[in-house]
Structure formats: structure tokens, C-alpha cells
Ligand binder design. Structure first.
Ligand SMILES: NC(=O)c1ccc[n+]([C@@H]2O[C@H](COP(=O)([O-])OP(=O)(O)OC[C@H]3O[C@@H](n4cnc5c(N)ncnc54)[C@H](OP(=O)(O)O)[C@@H]3O)[C@@H](O)[C@H]2O)c1
Length: 233
């Protein structure tokens, strides 16, 4: 029987989110793709052959997330997997010197936006006894000097573990994906020796593919080039 499961992905327009969309589509998932860029979402939708709904949405807007979830339920009836992946990088300068305006954007996206995504999808996940997969980072397990980005990913890791403890009794699984450096548009220059977004996508689909009695809490996924290094994004 065809895979009728529905996956909602935030940060689906590029990088890791787009790679997960491609792989999930090839496995027969029906997709709900969210990002701010309608143009990039439309181009990905045109590339994919499956049943794909695109919804331009900013994860810092409760209204836009709610509208996206409503549109997903109206189209597909249920949501089985939420890949809460939207995120953004920081600015140089450290805690002593960075522009605080950059912290606001970073924390609103990586922390508040993540929590909102989970809140807005939690009823759907309870109904489907579904699976939330959250993109944190190795930077959410190791502290990087002067990095508010790292701090935001520590928060993402904490949100993931806390959400599991809250929602697990409803049969919902929660997995944190914690990659090292991945060669995506997150960076201004190519990172050829680092992970490919497809590497992270395989880890995400592996976690989702496990039977309902088994839950992968965390997956740290590092390129060999970072094997002995604390130099992470
Ligand atoms: N690349 C790495 O080395 C690395 C390592 C560990 C973890 N991560 C994490 O992986 C996730 C994906 O990053 P990536 O590497 O794939 O980078 P990316 O290619 O820049 O993707 C980021 C995605 O998030 C979306 N996004 C950003 N702000 C948003 C907002 N306010 N509302 C909705 N969508 C928003 C972007 O789309 P729009 O701009 O169209 O909205 C884009 O689809 C992030 O959480 C990042 O922190 C990355």
C-alpha cells in the first residue's frame, strides 16, 4: 500500500529542509512545505512529483503557522510528521560586541519559532500519534565561544527534550537531529568537506522509519572532517 503519511517541514525552501522534502517525497510522503520564500517553495514543488502543498509562512508568526496547519489538515486530513527545521545563523562580535538586533532575529527564529511550530502542530501530532523531528545542532551540545547561535541551539535541544516529556504520553515521538557543519546556503561559501544536506536527510528519514515502539531521542551527525574538532557551526 502506498505511503499515505503526511510530513510538514519548516525551513523547506533550501538546504536540509529541501533535502528532507526530496527524500520524503521519493518515499511517498505527502508534503506540506513551509518557508518565507514562496518562489523557492514553488520551484521545489515543481521539481517534486508527489502530492505537495506549499505554504509561505514565517515561523515567528503564530497566525501564519496556524493558517498553514489548517491548510494542511484541510488538504490531507492529518499530519504524521513535523520536521521543525527552520533556523538562521548569528552575527560576529560575541556576547560582548555583537549587534543585539541580530540576537533578536536569531532567537525569535531558532527558539520562539521552534516552540511556536511545536505548539501549533501539537494537536495534529496527538491525533496521529505522530513524530516531531527537530533540527538542533552539535552547537546545541557543545558551547561555542561567544555564540548566541550556539545558545539558541542549546535552547532548541532543551525544547525538544521538554516537549518529549510533555507529549510522549500521547504516543508522540520526538527526535533531535544534531548535525555538525552542513554544506548549505546557511554559509556564504561552499563547505565541500562537510556533510551534504542529503546526509542529514537520511538521518531524519531513518529516525522516522523506526517502529512506533522505538524512539530515537537524539542523533549527532558529524562529518569526518569534524571528528576531533570543536569547530562547528
Ligand atoms: N548548515 C549547517 O552547518 C547546520 C548545522 C547544524 C544545524 N543546522 C540547522 O539546520 C537548519 C536548516 O539550516 P540549513 O543549513 O539547511 O540552512 P538554510 O539552507 O539557510 O535553510 C534555512 C531554512 O530556514 C528557513 N527560514 C529561516 N528563517 C525563517 C523564518 N523566520 N520562518 C520560516 N522559515 C525560515 C529558510 O527559508 P526562507 O528564508 O525562505 O524563510 C530556509 O528554508 C537550521 O535550523 C540550522 O540552524 C545547520
Amino acid at each position: 500500500m502506498a505511503n499515505q503519511r503526511v510530513m510538514l517541514i519548516t525551513g523547506a525552501s533550501t538546504g536540509i529542509g529541501a533535502a528532507v522534502a526530496r527524500q520524503a517525497c521519493s518515499e511517498g510522503f505527502r508534503l506540506v512545505l513551509l518557508a518565507r520564500s514562496q518562489e523557492k517553495l514553488a520551484s521545489l514543488q515543481a521539481e517534486l512529483s508527489g502530492d505537495v502543498l506549499i505554504v509561505p509562512a514565517d515561523v515567528t508568526s503564530r497566525e501564519q503557522l496556524t493558517a498553514a496547519v489548517d491548510a494542511a489538515i484541510a488538504r490531507f486530513g492529518h499530519i504524521d510528521v513535523v520536521f521543525a527545521n527552520a533556523g538562521t545563523g548569528g552575527s560576529p562580535g560575541g556576547f560582548s560586541g555583537a549587534d543585539p538586533a541580530s540576537w533578536e532575529r536569531l532567537l525569535m527564529t531558532n527558539v520562539y519559532g521552534l516552540a511556536l511550530t511545536l505548539q501549533c502542530t501539537s494537536d495534529a501530532l496527538k491525533s496521529s500519534r505522530g513524530h516531531a523531528v527537530i533540527t538542533s545542532s552539535i552547537a546545541g551540545r557543545r558551547s561555542l565561544a561567544g555564540s548566541m547561535y550556539s545558545a539558541s541551539k542549546w535552547a532548541a535541544t532543551g525544547i525538544g527534550h521538554g516537549f518529549r516529556k510533555e507529549i510522549g504520553k500521547h504516543g508522540v515521538r520526538v527526535t533531535l537531529i544534531e548535525p555538525g557543519m552542513v554544506d548549505t546556503p546557511f554559509f556564504d561559501s561552499p563547505k565541500p568537506d562537510m556533510l551534504k544536506p542529503e546526509d542529514v536527510a537520511r538521518a531524519v528519514l531513518y529516525a522516522i522509519a523506526q517502529p512506533a515502539h522505538m524512539e530515537i531521542h537524539e542523533m549527532v551527525v558529524l562529518p569526518m572532517a569534524q571528528q576531533d574538532s570543536d569547530t562547528v557551526p
